[in-house]
Design a protein around this ligand. Sequence first.
Ligand SMILES: [Zn+2]
Length: 472
Amino acid sequence: MAVNFYITGWLTASAGVGLIKAFKEYGEESFTVEGNKIGIPEELIEEIPRVLANILTENYELKESLSVKDALQKALSPFRNFHNNHVVINNSSIKKWAEEKEGKVKSKDELKKLLEEYLTHVIFENILKSKESEKACFFCNERKAYLKGREVSVFDATVFTPLSGSLETVNNFFYNGRSNLYLCKECELFFLFSSFGFTRTPRGTYIFAYVPDLMETYSINNMLHIEKEFSKEWFDRSVAEIVKNIEKEKADWLLSNIYFVELEPFGRDKSKIYTFSIPPRVARAMKRYLDEYPKNLNSLFGTFLEYIYSGRNLYELLLLILSGYLFSESYKKGGKLPPPIKFGTAQKFLPKYLLFFIKFQEVLDMRDNVEKQINWAYAEGLNLRKEIFRNAENEERAKKKIQGISYRLLDAVRRRDTDSFEQNVIRAYLEVEREIPYLFVEAMKSGAFNRIAYAFLIGLNGGNKGDGEPSE
Ligand SMILES: [Zn+2]
């Protein structure tokens, strides 16, 4: 007979992922996963203390010999933020049991043995040997909730602290401070695995990625464990990493269903819970184009992610870069600059790879097949630049001229003033006695203004091979 657990949302999914992970670590793969149901052979319930001891000591480093009590407390600490004061980790259980043990714990193997013994003792004594009540378990609806003394066991803050200790959710789960979510022995043990489903982030929070399919959820969360640099954008980068690595065939379905849960523990037994999902069109654009993100823009990657996750327009980002570039002298006098402006001030010319932001924004806006137009506008800007250099008395004057035109064009873009943009472009072309390209007629049509104006401005302030801009 199999003992079944049901995945109904991120909470049970985190337990499911943690359970799969822990059993695999233990070398036991006789569990089955079918849709939203995970089943483990009945006899494996008694193995749970050993499975837990195994995964708890897996990455544990025992640097010095410790007393039994201290060693247990340390080894059980991964549970603290998730199952605060659960019978498995509360200090009185540990103290009571450790009192009878003498000596020091000197090696990881010794610790693992002790943990096995301890967990077996406390899980059997307090949970598995308990009597059953008449109430059906809320989570599996197959088994009966057990009795804790006279009380029927329920899902409470000791079973999964973040949810129960979160002020926002507490009202949904409890009635007058009392939970009526009855809990059976097996489901209670099942929830102990949830802490292994989450990944601890460098900023001390925990994240879990969820899609409504357990095995997919399992493999997506495994992507989170890849070693990465510690940065303040760790979360944003991890989400991007997941999106990028989702298999192509499943991408559409997964990307429109994926969401992320982040737990931020504070105080002893409280957590803030943030959930986060990526709009499907953003996820799809990321999946398709993230690999093309220019290496030279790495210093802006975190900012780029912030913009697209929060739905801010990448043209705003470009406006800051261009402002930083064109007004670098006055910005440099100021204090700390936002990353896009800082990036702009550091450029000798506007590199062509900035077009990536235009192309990405256009994909986000569901406008396809505009790449050609963007490249064309860029090339036109670059050509006008060359003409101006050719016509000017000296380089200094050419640079000044380009600067003047760029100020006015950027201002027109900022104000979304297509008339002013058009007039300034016409004036610039007349001065070098060249025909105005048809493209600018197009630009004034709605929707195309931003992409043409920005690409043109980048080209107008672009670089040649000699400046360090690679040729095609
Ligand atoms: Zn149950």
